[in-house]
Structures are given as structure tokens and as C-alpha cells.
Design a protein around this ligand. Sequence first.
Ligand code: GDP
Length: 444
Amino acid sequence: MFDAFAERLEEAWKKLRGQDKISEANIQDALKEVRRALLTADVNLQVVKQFIADVEEKAMGAEVIAGVRPDQQFIKIVNDELVAIMGESNVPLAHADQPPTVVLMAGLQGTGKTTASAKLALHLRKLNRSSLLVATDIYRPAAIDQLKTLGEQIDVPVFEMGTDADPVEIARQGVERAKAEGIDTVIVDTAGRLQIDTDMMAELARIKETIQPHDTLLVVDAMTGQEAATLTRTFDEEIGISGAILTKLDGDSRGGAALSVRRISGAPIKFVGMGEKVEALQPFYPDRMASRILGMGDVLSLVEKAAEQVDLADAEKMQEKILSAQFDFNDFLKQTRLMKSMGSLGGIMKLIPGMGKQISDEDLQKGETQLKRSEAMIGSMTVEERTNPDVLSSSPSRRRRVAKGSGFEESDVTKLVSDFKKMRSLMQQMGQGNLPGMGGGGMP
Ligand code: GDP
């Protein structure tokens, strides 16, 4: 997603590289590239026009900042505009003071509405909020079964009245049920059609009128690209939406819908669907999405992911060890496992700013293989050797034993130990801010 967009944007930055400031003359070429990039990403034309006009205005009005190159400044302006268009911060699901919170799900058939309903219920469970799923799609018996199956899978009750009842009545009774049972949130799944259809809209409007939802979420399939804008406008005008869930962002969509929904309707994207599984739902963060789009690396996610795994005390201990050169093979193993628990090495590297494009899959593969080899060799070391790697440097017989035990050559062990020591000293210097470009000034 957004790969072609990011590549195109590179062209825009290039137009300003080497210029000494942003000017009326040089900005036009850069804007043209941004425009192309947005269209490549399948962003709605009207949204593109507005976006370009806003960026141009800001770029022309921007003060020259000492030490900032024009292309960098332009990247920042585009980034800010991307964030602005998507809505600054994450907007969570409504939570009523008086339960139950009522959530109405709307959208075309096949967009992932039923799946998203179950995903939401699971998400709420993690927040200690109970939910009731309500099946009102009486036109497709399979849809009711699908919701029931998903409900069973995540152990969330499903309210249904078969296919003979009136959807409005089902929704009403579903909400009543939740109220009676003290359930925190009711999620009402509704019937979709393949296309916008007056009967569908009328029914949705009646359901909405009856149950007075706290949140009316439009489920939008990211693959619909340009169409997402029209769809959003129609649903918003006819029934009024308070938010959206953008599904199938894991697919090969060009991502444009993410930029259209809020600009068109004023309603924020609250969640994104990243896969078919019920766990695959994430709150939507415009700022992170913007930095991902720009290929500047989603460092925030990286840090958050890491923070989930290590507690602070552990991190502090590790830092102390690094600074005092106490870092040993045990710590190395711990770090390796931590990285693995965060996902593949490739996945992590791609999140680091500037790294994604530079590292080939082949290099990543090599990195992963190397880590596995290192782990195997460390596995054959004694406790003493792990905590004091220096004993290996001075003892060929120890290195031979480790090599034999792990199925490698002595030279492999020698290299591991010497690489490790180099890394340790580098980390120490970084920790003390003594590397060029790290803010310190110790090294030439
Ligand atoms: P509904 O007709 O709108 O209720 O759509 P469904 O919930 O039945 O989903 C339609 C299809 O899209 C199903 O095959 C889902 O597994 C799939 N789907 C739903 N959400 C996602 C998503 O975020 N990513 C991917 N890849 N597939 C999804």
C-alpha cells in the first residue's frame, strides 16, 4: 500500500533538492509531482485539488528556517497536510455515560461490515467492555450465520430473530436486550447491497431513527479507491455518519480512500482492518499513517511495539549494561528474542526511517540467517563464556568446542566473538553520544 505514492513523492522532494529556498518557480514542479502521486494512490480528484492548493499556500507562506533545506521543509508541509486531512489524532469509539453504547454499522455488501462488527466486539473486550452483536441482515441468511459463527469464535453473544422479522424491530429489541442484561455496547450489523440502493438507505435511516446510535460507522473497503469518496458522501448525506472503518488495508489497495473519507464527510476514520482474522483491527492514527505514507518510517509504532514487550526497569538495566560495557552474550540473546517477538527482522527494519528502501529482501534474509547462526553458537557456550566473551578471544580450544557443539567452523565462532566485541564498543560509544552525528563530539 502507498508504495507507488511514496516513490512518486520522492520525485517531488528531488525537485526542491539543491534549491536554496522554496520559490514560486520551483514549487510548481514539486506540486505537480505531489499531485501525480495522489492520483496514483487513487485519491479522489476533488480531494487532490484542495490538498494541492493548501500545500501551495503553506509552502509559499513558509518562513525559511535556518538549517532546514527547502525539500525537508516541503516534506514537513506535505506531512502536516496529510495529517490534517486525515484528522490529527485518533478518535475512539463512542462510549455512552449510560450503557448501552449503541453502534450502527453501515456499508455496502462485501466491504467487511460483518467481520468488522466482530472485530470491534473483540477490541472492546480488551478494553473490558462487553458487547452484544445484532444481526439485522434478513435478506441473506448466510449473513446471520456468519455473524453467529464469528460471535461463537470470540465468545460474544449474537442477537437475531431469523429472516422473517423487520430489521428495525430486530435492532430495537437488540438494544433492549443489551439494556436489560447490562451489556456495555450493542453493535448492530446491517444489510448491505452491492451498490447504493434507495431501499437500503431508507431501511438504514429507519434503524438509525429508532435506535439513536452513539456511533454510526461507515465501513469502507480500501480497495474501492476513488469510489470511496462518492460512497462516503452519499451515506453521510442520507443517513449521517460519525466515523468510518477502513477495511482491507492489508491488501494491494493504493490507499487513496484513507485520504478521502474525512475530507468528504468530516467523519474520522476510527479503525482500520488489516486482515481477515478477527484480531486484525487497529485504531487509526493519522500522524502515523502520514509518516508511513511518506516513507519516513513509523517510528512511533516501533517504539510502542517494543514498549509492550519490555518493561522500563528491564530497559534501564540494559542501558546501564551497555554503558558500562557489561553487555554480554546473554543480553545479546535477550535482545534477539525481543526483536523476534516484535516480528520479523525485515518488518522492524522497514519501520526505521530511511531503511525501508535501502535494505533488499536478500540482505534481510541474510540478517535473519546470521541471527539464527549466532543463536546456535551462543547456545553451545558455557555460562562463563556467555557472561565473559573475552575468555573466548584468548582460547582457541574453547572456540573449537563451541564450533563443534553448534555445527560451525572455528572461524565462524572467532568472527562472532570479534563482531560482538566490535558491536559492544560501538554501542558504548553511541550510548555516550560519542559517534559523529549523534550529538556528541568525542570522535574525529
Ligand atoms: P460484509 O458483506 O460487508 O458483511 O463483508 P464480510 O464481513 O462478509 O467480508 C467480506 C470479505 O472480506 C470476507 O471474505 C472477509 O474475510 C474479507 N475481509 C473483511 N475485512 C477484511 C480485511 O481487513 N482484510 C482482508 N484482507 N479481508 C477482509
